[in-house]
Design a protein around this ligand. Structure first.
Ligand code: ZN
Ligand code: ZN
Length: 456
């Protein structure tokens, strides 16, 4: 068995991992780096071109796991691409939206290699996508030579976003479990992850929050009450609240939380505005409400009163006049996104609030804003002048990832011989590596380097 990471090493980057198991080539995820632009954002395509790929397995449809898929498929005409049933419509919308975003970045930032693929390219590869049920093992068809594959795959609910999966791979060479992005605890909309009950030889483990003591200590319930209190303060002084989020997953969790708070009169009944892609994904959440594991299967986003985010100029005026809550992408305030533009418009007015609800990578506009003190200049877009931070800026924890205590519980229960640490910064991976070495001396810890093959 051989493993090669093509990205996602000591960072949350272009997650893509090649696994050669029992003569079968598998690519686990095909992401693009969420913070980089242009060719730099792709996984190591040169390395993947030298490999064989019989199947691509997509754990979930966040862009750091899916965005490079059409690029990789250009080199491999025949592999099947397996994902869960709910992931299929999400993947199509996410990839088409990525074409649009790349086209805009080409114009606004002059990145000539964009778009990596077109709407037509996506339509041409879409017939390779195969939606599969959760908890239902299937064999990977071998494409190369005449051999028959004996590699069996099963998707287990990862509790991270709609359609997310942990991927169990069974073969004569042993069992491998890839966590994808995993969340052991329940969120407001979806229930926590399901894990294999059998022992695995190799665990490929995400580490997003393993450097954070805070993530382990903060309780969801008290964070929800704190959010309500802070929204009340902003609304009482006539301001608006911006909640920057990913359109997929976090937007739906926040909408469900806001709806609960409104119903219980914990926040005032002010309008909630939601961006276009957030609305698209909410519809897909509704479509699968009875087929996926939900805290409340009767919760439907179409029944939560929201408004569309309107044109930029009107919106800025509106937010100054009428208090509202705006849920807009991107979660880290990436440049040229609706949330970034709104934050620039709201930043200098002390009555407004900008509330972060997710993981902020260092060196993103979101992290710069959160770390700025009141009255300090902040640059949210490299092409725009700095602005003074006068508004209220807060950060809340509504994580869609397991905290480090939960990651350790998983290691304990699966009891693997080898653990490959991915999808986390150097601090997070370092903490997990050290903790495993101390607590499980017989377990081999592998911290992969991009492009370097490891024999398992
Ligand atoms: Zn994710
Ligand atoms: Zn991820």
């Amino acid at each position: 068995m051989r493993f090669t990471a093509l990205g996602g090493c000591s960072e949350v980057g272009a997650n893509a991992y090649h696994l050669e198991i029992d003569g079968t080539g598998i690519l686990l995820d095909a992401g693009i780096h969420p913070k980089k632009y242009g060719l730099e954002s792709l996984p190591l395509i040169e390395v993947v071109r030298r490999k064989e790929i019989d199947a691509v397995l997509i754990s979930h449809c966040h862009i750091d796991h899916l965005g490079a898929l059409p690029v990789i498929l250009k080199y491999f005409p025949t592999p099947r691409v397996f994902m869960t049933q709910p992931s299929l419509p999400i993947a199509m919308r996410m990839l088409h939206n990525t074409v649009t975003v790349m086209g805009r970045l080409r114009e606004e930032k002059g990145i000539e290699e964009y778009p990596f693929y077109t709407h037509e390219d996506i339509d041409l590869v879409a017939p390779l996508f195969q939606p599969m049920d959760y908890d239902t093992p299937f064999l990977i068809p071998a494409n190369y030579g005449s051999r028959t594959s004996h590699v069996e795959v099963e998707f287990l609910d990862a509790g991270h976003i709609l359609g997310s999966s942990g991927i169990m791979i069974r073969s004569d060479e042993g069992k491998v479990f890839y966590t994808g992005d995993t969340c052991r605890h329940d969120q407001t909309v979806i229930k926590g992850a399901m894990y294999p009950e059998e022992q695995v030889e190799t665990l490929i483990l995400e580490n997003t929050l393993c450097a954070s003591v805070d993530a382990e200590r903060k309780r969801r319930g008290s964070e929800i009450l704190r959010l309500a209190a802070e929204i009340q303060k902003v609304a009482a002084r006539g301001g608006s609240v911006l909640i920057p989020t990913f359109a997929l997953g976090r937007t739906q969790e926040i909408l469900a939380i806001l709806d609960q708070l409104k119903t219980r009169n914990r926040i005032p009944d002010i309008p909630i505005l939601v961006g276009g892609m957030g609305r698209v994904f909410s519809k897909i959440y509704d479509r699968f409400s009875l087929q996926t594991r939900r805290k409340d299967p009767e919760l439907l986003f179409k029944e939560i009163a929201t408004k569309k985010i309107g044109p930029k100029t009107q919106l800025t005026e509106k937010l100054v006049k009428d208090p509202s809550i705006v849920v807009a992408t991107s979660g880290m305030l990436s440049e040229k996104t609706p949330a970034n533009r709104l934050a620039q418009a709201m930043l200098e007015d002390p009555k407004h609030g900008i509330f972060f609800v997710g993981y902020l990578d260092e060196d993103t506009p979101g992290a710069r804003l959160l770390n700025a003190t009141p009255g300090e200049d902040v640059v949210l877009d490299s092409g725009e002048p700095p602005r003074i931070r006068n508004c209220d800026v807060q950060s809340f924890r509504f994580s869609a990832h397991s905290h480090r205590g939960e990651i350790l519980q998983l290691i304990e229960s699966l009891n693997p011989r080898k653990v490959i640490l991915v999808h986390g910064d150097a601090g997070a991976i370092g903490w997990t590596a050290e903790t495993i070495r101390q607590n499980y001396p017989g377990m081999e810890v592998i911290v992969p380097k991009a492009g370097v093959e490891v024999t398992l």
